[in-house]
Design a protein around this ligand. Structure first.
Ligand code: Z5A
Ligand code: MG
Length: 212
């Protein structure tokens, strides 16, 4: 309807360590929601298609070096450049499934040693998700999965620190799912809780900003 009253889409975020299965689950969730006739889109951060995203991509693939604060602010800017489109889509009734968001921003930078509260600050005023799904996996287990090790942060010792930072940041509102189950079982649990949120948002749950 697009009137912003009573028919908005839900903002769903998937978070978790490298190789926890976020991208796989996001794709499964998108086809599930579309199959039910809901309007839905899959987004990911970093969005490497923008000019800021291209700088992030060079950094992640070790083609450039940047100060830790600088790359932190670029990751945040990459979300800010999508904020107004995000709000428009949600108000038009489209559910957005987001593969990594501000939480990745905070945990990866604080795992490097940057101040936790400082890391949260540039995210203030971005849209707050209706639901954060955390795919919980031991770093050692994730490292056994295909494709691990290609990019800058994909090292076991660092992923252990990231895992600890996620535990500091998470709160009671997150849905923590055991990511070591089969892809189908993980998917089944995600679908149920996401559908609840999609319905709540259709009924007029208000949008809010970080950090709530
Ligand atoms: N980063 C940051 O520092 N600051 C920020 O603000 C943001 C990000 C937003 C790039 O992210 C890096 O940017 C990331 C954080 C940092 N660095 N790290 N680490 P990315 O999202 O582009 O990273 P990626 O390359 O897509 O990897 P990933 O997202 O971490 O993987 P995944 O999406 O969680 O997993 P997957 O691709 O769905 O699955 C991985 C493999 O496991 C694949 O072979 C699957 O078939 C398999 N898999 C998946 N689920 C299962 C189950 N249940 N059982 C068995 N096998 C499975
Ligand atoms: Mg991924």
């Amino acid at each position: 309807r697009g009137d912003g009253y009573g028919s908005r889409g839900a903002l769903i975020v998937l978070e978790g360590l490298d190789r926890s299965g976020k991208s796989s689950q996001c794709r499964m969730l998108l086809s599930y929601l579309e199959g039910l006739g809901h309007s839905a889109e899959l987004w990911r951060f970093p969005d490497r298609s923008t000019s800021v995203g291209k700088m992030i991509n060079e950094y992640l693939s070790d083609k450039s070096q940047l100060d830790d604060h600088t790359i932190h602010l670029l990751f945040s800017a990459n979300r800010w450049e999508k904020r107004s489109l995000m709000e428009t889509k949600l108000k038009m009734g489209t559910t957005l499934i987001i593969d990594r968001y501000s939480y990745s921003g905070v945990v990866f930078s604080s795992a490097k040693g940057l101040d936790f509260e400082w890391c949260k600050t540039p995210e203030i005023g971005l849209l707050a998700p209706d639901l954060v799904v955390y795919l919980d996996i031991l770093p050692e287990k994730a490292a056994e999965r295909a494709g691990y090790g290609g990019e800058r942060y994909e090292q076991l010792e660092f992923q252990k620190k990231v895992s600890q930072c996620y535990k500091l940041l998470s709160d009671f509102s997150w849905e923590i799912i055991d990511a070591c189950q089969s892809m189908e079982d993980v998917g089944k649990q995600i679908k149920e809780i996401v559908l609840d949120q999609v319905m709540a948002c259709k009924k007029g749950k208000p949008l809010s900003n970080l950090w709530p």
